[in-house]
Design a protein around this ligand. Structure first.
Ligand code: ADP
Ligand code: MG
Length: 250
């Protein structure tokens, strides 16, 4: 497994948002996490990406225990993510957003920034090049100079993908990437995720759109009230009694 959680748990006061979850993500595959609202899906991502420290349990990535690492350390290991609500600068262009996002993750310090050292200039050039490359990859070349406030919801989703991809990740975690886009656009985003996998990137996605998940995922984990209630292939999940109960039985 590329990434493995063992007994992963997160409590917020009296509420256990993620409860003793053992789960493995296989390299080169598309893994989906589904479950009703409030099931703990986003919290699971927040734990893996280091945005919240786990209350208990362990996260192992590529043989390294990352449980106690900070989010920037985890990002450096090749783990990228998007957020359920996209955090973009609406009054900047698509290209600027990707460059800014990428710059925030590069190495120059204040010294380099003040004195505009050759190192800084090299990094800036590399950033621009990388931003162009990922914008092309996600299919946004045509709108790269438009303000984010002027582009479609789907293009905003693609911009968020570009931000994640600019760090050259080995694995990306996408939190509801197709929320708020129409069925045709959803197909386009699914194709883009397949393209990521073809490029060698492992994809883990939270999504409510069942049709999309069933045709896209190699493996699905179902969370309910923080607990893993099922995992398996789309076919196995479709016929799982506990899953049907969680969605229909309330
Ligand atoms: P999902 O993404 O599956 O809809 P979340 O992971 O966002 O669910 O939330 C799981 C539960 O944890 C919810 O009851 C939510 O209110 C709670 N929760 C999430 N983040 C926090 C937080 N930072 N502080 C307190 N409670 C939280
Ligand atoms: Mg969520």
């Amino acid at each position: 497994m590329l990434l493995q959680t063992e007994g992963l748990t997160k409590s917020f006061g009296g509420l256990t948002a993620v409860d003793q979850v053992d789960f493995g993500i296989e390299k080169g595959k598309i893994t989906a996490i589904i479950g009703p609202n409030g099931a703990g899906k986003s919290t699971f991502f927040n734990l893996i990406s280091g945005f919240h420290p786990p209350s208990q349990g362990k996260i192992v990535y590529n043989g390294t225990d990352i449980t106690k690492m900070k989010s920037y350390e985890i990002a450096k290991l090749g783990i990228a993510r998007t957020f359920q609500t996209t955090h973009l600068f609406e009054q900047s262009t698509v290209l600027e957003n990707v460059i800014i996002g990428h710059r925030l993750r590069t190495k120059s310090g204040l010294f380099d920034a003040i004195f505009r050292t050759p190192r800084l200039k090299r990094e800036e050039a590399a950033c621009r090049e990388k931003a162009s490359e990922v914008i092309e990859f996600v299919g946004l070349k045509d709108v790269e100079n438009q303000l984010v406030s002027d582009i479609s919801q789907e293009a905003k989703k693609r911009t968020a993908f570009a931000l994640a991809l600019a760090t050259d990740p080995e694995i990306v975690f996408l939190d509801e990437p197709a929320a708020g886009v129409n069925p045709e656009e959803t197909d386009g985003l699914a194709d883009l995720m397949r393209k990521m996998v073809d490029k060698g990137i492992t994809v883990c996605i939270i999504e409510h759109k069942m049709q999309m998940i069933m045709s896209l995922a190699d493996k699905i984990m179902v969370l309910n009230y923080g607990k893993k209630i099922a995992e398996g292939t789309p076919e196995e999940i479709r016929n799982n009694k506990a899953v049907i109960q969680a969605y229909l039985g309330g």
